[in-house]
Design a binder for this molecule. Sequence first.
Ligand code: ADP
Ligand code: MG
Length: 368
Amino acid sequence: MFINNITLKDFRNYEYQEIFPKKGINIIYGRNAQGKTNILESIFLCSAARSHRTNKDTDLIRNDQKGYYVQIEGKRDEQPFSISINCDKVSSKTNKRVIKVNDISLTRTGQLMGVLNCVMFSPEDLTVIKEGPSERRRFLDILISQINPSYFYALQEYFKIIKQKNALLKNISENGRNKELLDVYNIKQAKTGYKIIKERKIFIEQINKKSKINHSDITKGSEELNISYSCDLSDFSDGEDEFYRMLTKSADKEIKIQNSILGPHRDDIDIILDNMSIKEYGSQGQQRTAILSLKFSEMQIIKEKTGNNPVLLLDDALSELDLLRKRTLLDKINTNQTFITCTEKRKYMTLDSNISFFSVTKGTVKSI
Ligand SMILES: Nc1ncnc2c1ncn2[C@@H]1O[C@H](COP(=O)(O)OP(=O)(O)O)[C@@H](O)[C@H]1O
Ligand SMILES: [Mg+2]
């Protein structure tokens, strides 16, 4: 799949910009803070319905403006497609977002999942290793949602249940009322939660298999990477029922602390390098390589599951590599349309003939 048009209106530092990327490699270059990452962000947004670096849509609206508009056109299996997102500020706190695919408004955000498959490689990726479990769940959720929209719906549903259940726990704890309702929520939580757990388990096993190979490739066999699922549920054979039993057992504790303490919203992924936690013991370089292995796995899984090569977004991701490693990497991804941001185009000029260049200066893009 590939993108051949990007239109930005009042998005980040772009007032109005059209960009016409090519198949192959698109190098977006310019000095710092000119708007290079903003372009990749707009592509990612049309893929995942969320930015890769903020949860607030308001951040994406150009300063002092009332809304943004992003449109992407491309081809998938030779079929043209278009995606547009229009976001308007309704009040200081709320925005109204309309997402269209092929000019038809979506009734649910989940319908966008899988229309445009993207994998982003960015400096923020290191948070997947360095930060808390929520970053690792986010990585997993974005990947699985792209391939399986019903997973995205299950997640939305699950968070609604947790929110309502937490309100109920508070009410029971403070007023002693409605305790009989808790069981209803536990049944719902077990049902939807187990759908999520099941998918995560399958995906983590696939990621593990692939990352092992990728990591061994990149490190020439000198390091061994292991990814495993850390989940409250240990017995997966009896999944939903087992989860329900655990919830019932913890009911008094949950009421006491007024919070849901068990379930996939607390899951984590353990990333182990040579039998040690990479988060605590890995060097910066080892952590970066592990992320690269994970991202390559993401790319391969998308390709296997959808039959399409995802669009790759490499934000400053190659700048630290020497020419040889860059070339090895580019060889690995040569069938994907790729966007690479960098500050110096010179370093790429000798690499490949199939490269298009775009310069970015203060929110204006020029094709070179
Ligand atoms: N909502 C916004 N409105 C206007 N400008 C913005 C907004 N968000 C970010 N910017 C500007 O965008 C620039 C950063 O863009 P970015 O794409 O991250 O830069 P880089 O070229 O270094 O990747 C900065 O100049 C920043 O002030
Ligand atoms: Mg940047």
